[in-house]
Design a protein around this ligand. Structure first.
Ligand code: C2E
Ligand code: MG
Ligand code: MG
Ligand code: MG
Length: 289
């Protein structure tokens, strides 16, 4: 089809594809040294109990500070790291950093780490996690691992084995981006997750779209029917939060209650929890946003 538009157009198309491929190739090469050069860093986004407004934990979100291109999002560089295999080393570093950080908090909040499918299927993952928890003296139940359905689709038997092995180590397992895959239900039946994280695409339209509300209600009901707490991600407005409270959602995470930031910016949450009570005000009231 490109040819019929004319030779010039066709060439232009080819060049732009080449350019994009060249960019990716270059970024991949640069990524291989990014960890050593100290260019990767972690942001922390707080999670709150829906009813009490008390902080329950933080999700760790990685960033790459690139010398020329500025901050690069994980959506862009994690897939490249998966292709080169660098994700294993990067992922291990993230787990180590997150556990070390959480072990330093006075307030024993949970820390949630995203696992890439490639990382997840690596044989040494469970052993590495157990070692890391021990090294930093972090109780296993303070670490939550977030996995997407993509992880389970590749090799179901192996994935279920891996989930069980991880669970034996005492860590918590959350299903991330719940509702965006197509096989959630069969996996929920086969494997006891500790949390369901409703994808933010359902939360965005909560006010405007009665069907989105219906789906969110359904997901909360499903979680509760299975005795699994449900967290809503991507909560950006007060009315979304109000609706989730009304529907008995368990936890919330989003720009409204707290953006991903350096952990130092959340010192009011990580310091002794007594302080939070003394203040007499739940953290969710917007103080942290
Ligand atoms: P995710 O695990 O679903 O993480 C939630 C994403 O939603 C984060 O984007 C977060 O910044 C964003 N977010 C949170 N609240 C709101 C909100 O209220 N509104 C909007 N519009 N967005 C919100 P981020 O940090 O760009 O991460 C994107 C994805 O990259 C993550 O999705 C996760 O799949 C992946 N990722 C991030 N960090 C890591 C990591 O350390 N390891 C791995 N393997 N993947 C990671
Ligand atoms: Mg996540
Ligand atoms: Mg998610
Ligand atoms: Mg998501």
């Amino acid at each position: 089809k490109a040819k019929s538009i004319g030779r010039g157009t066709y060439c232009f198309y080819e060049e732009s594809v080449d350019k994009a491929q060249e960019d990716r190739r270059k970024l991949k090469l640069e990524l291989s040294g990014a960890l050593e050069r100290g260019e990767l860093f972690l942001l922390y986004q707080p999670q709150f109990d829906c009813d009490t407004g008390v902080a329950t934990g933080f999700e760790v979100l990685v960033r790459w500070r690139h010398a020329e291109r500025g901050i690069i999002s994980p959506a862009e560089f994690i897939p490249l790291a998966e292709e080169t295999g660098a994700i294993v080393e990067i992922g291990n570093w993230i787990i180590d950093e997150a556990c070390k950080e959480a072990a330093s908090w006075e307030n024993p909040l949970r820390v949630a780490v995203n696992l890439s499918p490639v990382q997840f299927l690596e044989d040494h993952l469970a052993g590495y996690i157990a070692d890391t928890l021990q090294r930093h003296g972090l109780a296993p139940r303070r670490l939550e691992l977030e996995i997407t359905e993509g992880v389970l689709i590749e090799d179901e038997e192996r994935a279920l084995d891996m989930l069980r092995t991880l669970k034996e180590k005492g860590v918590l397992l959350a299903m991330d981006d719940f509702g965006t895959g197509y096989s959630s239900l069969s996996y929920l039946r086969q494997f006891p997750f500790d949390k369901l994280k409703i994808d933010r695409s359902f939360i965005i339209n909560l006010q405007s779209d009665p069907q989105a509300l219906g789906i969110v209600k359904g997901m909360i009901g499903l979680g509760h029917g299975l005795d699994i707490p449900v967290l809503a991600e991507g909560v950006e407005t007060e009315s979304q939060l109000a609706m989730l409270r009304l529907e008995h959602g368990d936890e919330v995470q989003g720009f409204f209650t707290g953006k991903p930031k350096s952990i130092a910016d959340y010192a009011s949450l990580t310091k002794a929890s007594e302080k939070q009570d003394e203040a007499g005000q739940p953290a969710i009231s917007g103080r942290t946003a």
